[in-house]
Design a protein around this ligand. Structure first.
Ligand SMILES: Cc1ncc(COP(=O)(O)O)c(C=O)c1O
Length: 339
């Protein structure tokens, strides 16, 4: 049974999603004349109570554009040492925006208001880089899908406001966090100046992310997107997949969380699994005992058409999504139990 747990980005568009995409009206989005892109941007902005949205090719692009708008060369971004914007975006903060980063330790990638307060440099001391942005990630990828405590986010927001600092969210898996903890999207989004959401992860669209913020911020982001070569033409054909995903696939993320929690709890029972990080959403991270050859395990499972990834030392990651179901969990566990 084909079971791909490498990432929630591996999903294929459903028949219904493809039909919706084929029928989407399109136009030249660089002229802002693509009706489907315009509808998606408005839908996403309204969903989160933000003023405006900008459809982009990827979550890396939305994050990098946001940083580019918030920061000048020589400025500093505060984030977790495990943040996707730092760890997995090819040095983009330095390359695209000439900015440096202050990396905070965090707990499964979640930083605290106190750490942020301690990290902000005195803007009147010319020795220091100018702190220009604080960036959070929710859920936290390298933290195994960990969700922020909303009260901590509010406390971080307070520190940012006191220091006149914008707060950005890498919300590649924000829908997972909101659905799991039942947090109203608008109340959550009100804490941030800019939010990147991904449509091509748990929601199952083939392409795209939306950057959300105030009208003036998105105006500047549109320029940054063009400069980075991200201006697309009849993009409505792919944006339609995102629109379909937002309208149909948010609630069902709970099923992915149930599958991941079940997988995690059963993995924990295997004697060669040392520890499973508590599963909060759709990501399962398991530390294996030293006797296990991780690469051999991955190769053996691949022979049975089960796919997952190594995730640091003696550690594996499995991610649930809309193209795997309870049967895939049972199949995976039955194979792992045999090994
Ligand atoms: C937390 C997080 N942010 C951003 C991204 C980047 O998204 P993309 O692959 O669309 O560039 C990812 C991708 O997995 C991610 O996990």
């Amino acid at each position: 049974m084909h079971t791909d747990l490498r990432s929630d980005t591996v999903t294929k568009p459903s028949k219904e999603m493809k039909a919706f995409m084929m029928d989407a009206p399109v136009g030249d989005d660089v002229f802002q004349e693509d009706p489907t892109v315009n509808e998606l941007e408005k839908f996403a902005a309204d969903y989160f109570g933000m003023e405006a949205g900008l459809y982009c090719s990827s979550g890396t692009q939305t994050n990098q554009i946001a940083i580019n708008v918030h920061c000048r060369p020589g400025d500093e971004v505060i984030c977790s040492k495990d943040a996707h914007i730092y760890f997995y975006e090819g040095g983009g903060i330095a390359k695209n925006s000439g900015s440096s980063v202050l990396l905070l330790p965090g707990n499964r990638g979640r930083i605290t208001a106190e750490d942020v307060r301690g990290g902000i440099k005195d803007p009147n001391n010319p020795h220091y880089p100018l702190t220009s942005l604080v960036s959070l990630e929710d859920t936290m990828n390298r933290g195994g899908g960990a969700i922020y405590d909303f009260e901590e986010i509010k406390a971080i927001r307070k520190v940012c406001l006191e220091n006149k600092l914008p707060l950005h969210l890498d919300g590649a898996r924000l829908f997972n966090a909101l659905i799991e903890n039942n947090i109203p999207p608008k109340e959550y989004a009100a804490q941030f100046d800019s939010i990147s959401i991904c449509l091509s992860k748990g929601l199952g669209a083939p392409v795209g992310s939306v950057l959300l913020g105030a009208t003036e911020f998105i105006h500047r982001a549109r320029r940054a997107r063009k400069v980075m070569g991200g201006g697309m033409r009849q993009a409505g054909i792919i944006a339609a997949g995102g629109l379909y995903a937002m309208k149909n696939n948010i609630e069902r993320l709970k099923v992915d969380h149930q599958n991941a929690k079940y997988l995690g709890s059963e993995l924990e029972k295997l004697d060669w699994v040392e520890k499973v990080l508590s599963v909060q959403t759709n990501i399962v991270v398991a530390k294996l005992s030293d006797s296990v050859d991780v690469n051999a395990l991955i190769a053996k499972c691949a022979e049975k058409d089960i796919h997952f990834m190594a995730f640091g030392e003696q550690t594996i990651r499995m991610v649930t999504h809309l193209d795997v179901n309870a049967d895939n969990m049972e199949y995976t566990l039955s194979v792992l139990k045999e090994i």
